[in-house]
Design a protein around this ligand. Structure first.
Ligand code: HEM
Length: 412
């Protein structure tokens, strides 16, 4: 989803103290091109942990791990009814299960948990590995690639198609629609693209309802809630969110991680020398490169961090700032693969915590493992200035990588 950027600034409500106002557009933070997470960290202050910005309809932002955690976890004060700012755009995105609060959220969420459970995901491991290896083996002899379009984009969609037993020839069509939703300057508007997803999944859901396949779609559409079958609306929403939730997130996370590995040969070498370190290294990289924006609606007037939040106002709990808070992780911008007691909210927290966390971690772990086994030494193409971007999900628009073709020499 790319919410249209609201150029108009909201007027400061009287109850917002002047010292809490910050000029910060969460979709285009100041100086984001040089570093997405660094741009967010400029919000962290010692004295206060909740600020207000006039951008995107005017909303609060929690800036420290304690307050971010509270917003994520306490649905009695912070509702997911609207989870995107600006609020008027968020009101249009009535997506399930994202926009439900407990207890209504739980039964639908359980269906996603079933198909994305650690045991279900572990059964996918061979398919994920084979897909990653195939993509890398194709790219490797050339000695260079545009990492995002040639690798990162292809991995999650192919895994999704495999998990759902959908034909690979549908990939270009689904990718085109996804690009309209998540990439800047789309050709089609969200309101015109979303029905295409629904139409696509309606046909598949009809075909698989009552079927006996062992794919994720057959699993979801044949489940019941409190003894009743799912409505068509529920089925289509779950399938669409299942597709949308897992593509751009993994794709962009891979971008940040591979940019880091390309620029930091000593860290890369640590993983080449000891691949058993990769699993914990991925957790540290998840902490260092959080990227997803979300929001909550304040349910009723409350005091929070010494300010008054009014019913109906929006508050953003940035996943970007939780693990990068020096109150819980010392030297937060430093990547230390042996860091102990890592805390982050890169997958969110509370009832809506990402159900795709297991598969997301596994995809990224396998990508790094198989890439380093075949291309242990690589760098950003000389003369390239790699930019970073804001949005609903932080991103790196282009990442040209180079390596010595046909060589596995790690000493270069
Ligand atoms: C690896 C990269 C990923 C990251 C960083 C990520 C991040 C997140 C975050 C922060 C949330 C919480 C949003 C909120 O509280 O409003 C979330 C929710 C969600 N994610 Fe992920 N995600 C990733 C991968 C995936 C994958 C692979 C899938 C599916 C296959 C997925 C499906 C979902 C769904 C369906 C939700 C909504 C859950 C609910 O509302 O209960 N995500 N994700």
């Amino acid at each position: 989803m790319s919410p249209s950027i609201e150029p108009k600034l909201a007027e400061k409500p009287a109850h917002v103290p002047a010292d809490r106002v910050v000029m910060f557009d969460i979709y285009n933070p100041p100086n984001v091109a040089e570093g997405f997470q660094e741009a967010w960290m400029t919000l962290q202050r010692e004295d206060v942990s909740v600020l207000w910005t006039p951008f995107n309809g005017g909303h609060w932002i929690a800036t420290r791990s304690g307050e971010i955690g509270e917003v994520f976890v306490d649905y009695s004060r912070f509702s997911s009814r609207v989870f995107i700012v600006p609020k008027d755009i968020g009101e249009i995105h009535r997506i399930l299960p994202n926009t439900l609060d407990p207890p209504q959220h739980r039964p639908l969420r359980k269906l996603l948990n079933n198909v994305l459970s650690p045991s279900a995901v572990n059964r996918m491991e061979a398919h994920i590995r084979a897909t990653a290896v195939d993509l890398i083996e194709n790219i490797k002899p050339r000695g260079q690639c545009e990492f995002l379009s040639e690798f990162a984009e292809n991995l999650p969609i192919r895994i999704f198609m495999g998990m759902c037993n959908l034909p690979m020839e549908d990939v270009p069509k689904l990718k085109f629609w996804m690009d309209q939703v998540v990439k800047p300057n789309p050709i089609m508007e969200y309101k015109d693209v979303y029905p295409l997803f629904l139409e696509y999944f309606a046909a598949v859901a009809d075909e698989r309802t009552g079927g006996g396949g062992d794919d994720a779609i057959t699993d979801i559409v044949n489940r019941t809630i409190d003894g009743r079958p799912l409505t068509k609306h529920e089925k289509l929403n779950l399938l669409t969110v299942f597709l949308m939730g897992g593509l751009d997130t993994v794709y962009n996370l891979l971008g940040f991680i591979f940019l880091f590995l390309a620029r930091n040969p000593a860290h890369r070498q640590q993983l080449v020398d000891d691949p058993t370190l990769i699993k914990s290294a991925i957790n540290e990289l998840l902490r260092r490169f959080p990227l997803v924006n979300t929001a909550r609606e304040v349910r009723f007037d409350i005091e929070f961090d010494g300010v008054r939040l009014k019913a109906g106002e929006m508050i953003v709990p940035p996943t970007q700032l939780y693990g990068l808070d020096d109150r819980i992780n010392s030297e937060p911008l430093k990547v230390d693969f042996r860091r102990k007691n890592i805390e982050h909210s890169t997958f969110g927290k509370g009832d809506h915590v990402c159900p795709g966390a297991h598969i997301g971690r596994l995809e990224v772990t396998i990508a790094v493992t198989e890439w380093l086994a075949r291309i242990p030494s690589f760098s950003v193409k000389a003369g390239t200035e790699v930019q970073q971007m804001g949005g609903l999900i932080g991103s790196i628009p282009s990442l040209p990588l180079v390596w010595a073709a046909g060589s596995t020499d790690t000493s270069q």
